[in-house]
Structures are given as C-alpha cells and as structure tokens.
Design a protein around this ligand. Structure first.
Ligand code: CIR
Length: 252
C-alpha cells in the first residue's frame, strides 16, 4: 500500500452547519466538530504524517472536506472543479498550498469532479459518475492519469453522494463497501456493509493504520478479523454534513 508523508487538512469554520447535507441527522455542533477534527489530526500524526493545517474559510461551509478539491498522485496534484456551485472556489487555496510540493494539473469547465468520487487501488483509479462528477470531468482526469501511467475506469454511482461514500480500499486486496459497488472488488475480498451501517463503508488507510468510524460494531468485527492496526474515530458531527473519514484530508 502506498506510504504517505504529508496531509493537508482544513479546520471546520463557524459556518460549518450551513453546508450541504442530506443526512437528516440534525445540526452539527461547531465545538464538537472542532474536537473531532483535532482528534483526526492527532491520528494523522500518530500515523507518521506531517500535517499541514489550513485555517477555516468562512466563505465555504464545506471547506473542511478538502478531499474533494484535488486528486494527488506521486507525479502531480490534479486540482478539481467541484460539482456543487457553493463549493466552487474551495480548490484555490488548496492549489496555493499543494503547489509547493507538487506539479499542478487542473480539471476545467465544463468538467466537474470531486475527490470523493476517486478511489485509488494501487495503479488503478475508479472514477464515480455522480451528481458532483460528470463524464467530462472524469474523461479529463482519466487522460491526465494515463499520462502518468495509471489506468482509470468510470463507475456510475446511484443512491449515495460520492463513490467513496460507499466503498474503501483497505490495501492487501481487501475492500469494504455497499452491495451496489461490489463489481469494483470482483475477484478480491470485500466486506459487505449492512444497510444500517452504511456509513462505515468510508474507512481510511494511512500507512500502517486503518481508520474506521466509531459506532459500527458489525463492520468493525469483520474488519478486526483482517488483522489491521485499527484506530476508531468519532465522526458524528461530520456525518451530519455527509462527510466521512477520507473527506477530511488530502494525503500525499
Ligand atoms: C458536500 O455535500 O459536499 C459536503 N457536505 C460533504 C462532502 C463530503 N466529501 C466527501 O465525501 N469526499
């Protein structure tokens, strides 16, 4: 599995509760979100990551979900073009920061693409076609990835926000995901999440650790059996805004 050395994160702002959500789980607490974000940053440090922390930008309530603003490979950072108008512009400060470390490529109009729709499995990328990522954006990304020696496959996604809302690659040919996306794991091992625990399909492998959301016992018992070094994080406030573990960082 790819080893990461750095991550960019952005703290949630006071406008956090004004972001986009479909969850019906109520209004998030800003204070609790800050606490949970601090625990997330601590987890990254424990996993050997040098964490670059950006302050909140109140213009963008969803700005803490930095994953959506770039797709980062060894060779380049591909700056995305978020598919919801309220999120367009978040990518500019990420560009400023990441350009210190990576060559920059960009997704351009009429392409839309959000990083939550991009699943990397070793040298292969899956690109979810969703309300946020259109085929134009996906084609542009596929071309760029091809240039750097990767392959890309487009996957239509229904019923969930992003591709990675429903599936994660844990490394070692292991996936966790929802039934709809089982095709991606064909011939490999996939832990199937039950509908009541759907949120736990978004896990995050960071170097030697596997990060899982707290409160999903059925998924957890199956993940434990795979033998990973597990860190559980409380994600309640981000979940209220449709965000998961992968959304909160850009790892490279
Ligand atoms: C949104 O709807 O855009 C945010 N409230 C949640 C984004 C979550 N990001 C992700 O899954 N990569």
């Amino acid at each position: 599995m790819h080893q990461f050395t750095r991550a960019i994160v952005r703290k949630p702002g006071k406008s956090f509760a004004k972001g986009i959500t479909t969850s019906n789980l109520g209004k998030p607490s800003f204070e609790l979100a800050l606490e949970q974000h601090a625990a997330y940053r601590e987890m990254l440090k424990q996993s050997g990551i040098d964490v670059i922390v950006l302050e909140a930008d109140e213009r963008y309530p969803d700005g803490c979900f930095v994953e959506d603003t770039a797709v980062v490979t060894n060779e380049a950072a591909i700056i995305t073009r978020p598919g919801d108008p309220s999120r367009l512009g978040e990518e500019e400060s990420i560009l400023q920061t990441i350009s210190k470390y990576k060559k920059i490529e960009r997704i351009t109009a009429p392409g839309n693409l959000e990083g939550g729709d991009i699943l990397r499995v070793e040298k292969k990328f899956y690109i979810g076609i969703t309300k946020r990522t259109n085929t134009e954006g996906a084609n542009q990304l596929a071309q760029l990835l091809k240039k750097y020696g990767y392959t890309a496959t487009q996957v239509p996604v229904k019923n969930i926000l992003h591709l990675k809302t429903g599936i994660a690659y844990l490394g070692d040919n292991n996936f966790i995901g929802v039934d709809e996306l089982k095709g991606i794991a064909q011939g490999k091992n996939m832990i199937k999440v039950e509908q009541s625990e759907e949120y736990s399909a978004n896990c995050l492998r960071v170097n030697d650790n596997l990060i899982i959301p707290k409160g999903f016992p059925k998924s957890k018992s199956q993940i434990v059996s795979l033998g990973y070094n597990i860190i559980e994080l409380e994600m309640s406030e981000f979940r209220k805004m449709d965000g998961g573990l992968t959304c909160l960082s850009l790892l490279f």
